[in-house]
Design a protein around this ligand. Structure first.
Ligand code: FES
Length: 274
């Protein structure tokens, strides 16, 4: 990604030595379709997640202990009674701060610096470039070697935090096996919550940084059989990282939406064990 000026005569595709082609691109297919679809798909999530993270309503089903992932962990006195699985460690929080302020900023940074999402939003939001063989509207190219984009290199640290948060989501899923009269209970909400947590783990562990953590910087795999074995497992899901990136955006929406509908009394949760 580079500066915001239009393609000039002296640089980019207009630089000396480049073929003088007047057309914006010689591609005859609908190359704009993929960046446009990516833009719409990401914006739906951004708008939904932003609204839901701030509204502070219908995020907790007290009778079944269902907690929306957009409110986990809930650690302040502003949280609905019973929703603070890890205890109340902060006083009341003003409305402009989301209740999951200990997790959402890190999850946002984890996704923003993700290798796949970088490709997605560089193309669909920043048009740098929008597609192969389509010139970008920027005159300069700064890459990711200086501020602000050098921050993308912090991805591996956000990965470590995301592992902890996935652990907290897993704990939430365990807590949700709660019957309406106490003890063990199990309903459709549990299936949705557990499926979401499994997919979040698949997204998190298929991260390229995870693959590097497990098998990177080794000269001889034969001397590190355990790391080699784990690296081969991570490599299998790593090839589907983009798929998990998309699926989890929408399982997060589905999980939150379902809990919102049950918590608000709009639908009732079908119970298999009460
Ligand atoms: Fe996508 Fe790490 S989460 S590369």
């Amino acid at each position: 990604p580079g500066g915001p000026s239009p393609a000039g005569a002296e640089s980019g595709v207009g630089a000396p030595g480049r073929a003088a082609i007047a057309a914006r691109t010689l591609r005859g297919d609908r190359w704009w379709l993929q960046p446009a679809a990516t833009f719409v798909g990401l914006m739906i999530f951004v708008v939904y997640a932003t609204v839901r993270s701030f509204v502070r309503s219908a995020y907790w089903v007290d009778s079944y202990h269902y907690l929306s992932p957009f409110y986990s962990p809930c650690l302040s006195a502003s949280c609905a009674p019973g929703s603070s699985h890890l205890g109340v460690h902060f006083g009341t929080v003003p409305m402009w701060i989301p209740l999951a302020f200990m997790s959402l900023p890190f999850l946002l940074c984890f996704r923003l610096t993700c290798y796949y999402y970088r490709k997605a939003y560089y193309r669909s939001f920043w048009l740098s470039p929008p597609a192969c063989a389509v010139a970008e509207p920027h005159r300069t190219y700064g890459g990711e070697s200086r501020l602000p984009l050098i921050v993308q290199n912090a991805h591996r640290y956000f990965f470590y935090i995301a592992v902890i948060i996935s652990g907290i989501n897993t704990y939430d899923a365990v807590v949700s096996f709660h019957g309406s009269t106490g003890g063990f209970g199990f309903g459709l909400g549990n299936i949705i919550i557990v499926a979401n947590v499994i997919l979040l783990w698949l997204y998190t562990l298929s991260c390229h940084s995870c693959r590097h953590v497990t098998g990177g910087r080794l000269k001889h795999f034969s001397k590190h059989p355990v790391r080699y074995r784990v690296w081969t497992w991570v490599s299998v899901i790593n090839t589907r990282h983009m798929m998990f990136a998309w699926i989890t955006l929408y399982t997060l929406i589905l999980t939150d939406l379902y809990i919102m509908l049950v918590a608000s009394g709009t639908i009732s949760d079908p119970r298999f064990v009460n």
